[in-house]
Design a protein around this ligand. Sequence first.
Ligand code: BGC
Length: 708
Amino acid sequence: MTARQTLPRLLDLPVAPTTDPAWILVEEGFTLAREHEVESLFAIGNGYAGSRASLAEGCALSAPATCVAGVFVSAAGSVPELARLADWTHLSVTVEGHALQLDQNSYVEHRRILDLRQAMLWRGWRQRSAGGRITRLRELRLASLADRHLLLQSMTLTAEDYSGSVSIDATPMGPLTQLTDAGITVIMAVRTRLTGPEGGAVGTAALPIEQLNFDINRGETYRLDRVVAVYTSRDTREPLRTARRRVERAVENIEDVVVQHRDAWLARWEASDLRIDGDPAAQRALRFAAYHLSSAANPDDDRVSIGARGLSGTAYKGHVFWDTDIFMLPFFNLTYPEAARALVMYRYHTLAGARAKAARLGHSGALYAWESTDSGEEVTPPFVVGPDGEVVRILTGEQEQHISADVAFAVWKYWEATGDERFLIDAGAEILIETARFWESRAKREGDGRCHIRGVVGPDEYHETVDDNAYTNAMAQWNLEVAELTARLFAERWPAQWRALSRRLGLASGEPQRWQRVARDLYTGFDERTGLFEQFQGYFGLEEIDLAAYAQRTAPMDVLLGRERIQRSKIIKQPDVVMLVFLLWERLSPQVRRVNFEYYEPRCGHGSSLSPAIHALVAARLGNTALAEHYFRQAAEIDLADNMGNAAGGIHAAGMGGLWQAAVFGFAGLRLTEKAPEHCAKLPPSWHSFCARFQWRGQWHELTLPEG
Ligand code: BGC
């Protein structure tokens, strides 16, 4: 049977929503106050474009946003942010002169479904309008995974119990052509088609202003399809012509657009679905995470990366952080290596920005931007205005330098997972070398004979301008060692390429040996006697505050205690030493892993969405399954229960990558060793079975637990 034969009648929407509760998110009714959150959670995207799930007709709180990855604008005096395109989803329906408007008291039925399996957003709405007439609307939206330039909205409208005049205003809100200050032209070409109850086209509107009027009889259904093609001058020299041509073709083949999109997603799920029996909440949360991660990635464009909130919201302005390299990338390495390659290549293309930043601060090599956009320049805002009007300096852009080691780590992990030699030769090695050069120049040998890195911010952003942050130094040490290893590997395996690269980068003959010496002498704050890392120099002397006394808090600890006090305390925002325990696991003894987790876990305030999943992962590996489950649930609920109160600004993509890692590397205990994948599972008692497929060095593996 071909896909076409499975389609329902033309006047119905092209496919039906998935009904299996493990594959859907349902928002029943309408609660105005939740609207921003729903817009984020139910967002659609394909890594090229993303669109929030705003109500088509709008409501008092609607904040629609459609963005294209890598297209930023900067208002005078502020840092770049993702450009907002026209709201192509805008549709308002008027029945006998009365506009249908959703409000808490007047609808008959209202339900939205995020269909994770088919990556479609569904809406069913029955609304009573003046005179008691009931209109039924069903809507479908998607951002095509089969052709990333296409967005589709289909809506059916049925007059349940009346005959009368209907008009639909389908005018996209905002300009369809934009020119950014960086000189990028963004074009949306729109085609709208209305099909009458007999199945014939009633009208096709090609103009930006789209007003469709018709008379409907009781029980009749009309269907409106709107296709949008998005192109930018980054994609083609003729974005307008290309977009128009694309949309013309698509509007004639809506069914194909839908089916090809669905099939592309089914293939994605084949490669990335995790199955858990016995814990439906965990199952759904992991699918929700994989849905949003896959929706944010684009293997076809390696000049863009994934922002902290993907394309589902404008918090953090679409900026790229270590979130992508450390939290999301492992998901892509193992389930979508083509997308992973694009993400690491983005770091290669932004090396110039990283070199410029290092030079600006007086160092050699490459210091990546803490917050990055398309150019790789540092775009962290230099200050924010606090709730009480005070201006607060943001130091992360200058001081959160561990990002360079995180990027190097990502490069190495991608290479290990895929064995992609071309990447290592053409791009990866250069990143490893340039980041190592940065650390060599950044670390200063002092009177004690050790190398120190002073004045940084570690992952724990509650403490600024600290000396010898354990995470930064241990990761820098790793970076230096791996760069030296790469030099040896290269010289041995690819001597001609090595000579060319060394020449191009002006590598001195003894340079790799110098990296090794700096690595050997780097101070990491590790105490042989206790097995503890001191998070930074002086941390152990800070004020002890019992977090248990704040267990019922509804605000983050830095807000409750204030900036000054939190800096003087041991309370940390997110895993810092625990983060290094996770990333450098194989280098540490079981005893060291345990004592550090036990020391730092009770001192963590989880002021970042990146925090709970890493605690879940490490607790699971240490065998503390109950604690791991507690953190896993907390991580799963960051967006699904909005437990940090900020899902309105977009979903937390790093939290999702962390959740996936907690399941795979934590509970299932997957370890990707030099030789082969191994595992040592400690599943929660309710997980009767666990099954994951993943790719490792070009081969598919299946991990099914319990075994046998
Ligand atoms: C966290 C960072 C993170 C950023 C973006 C901050 O609150 O502390 O680690 O990179 O959010 O998600």
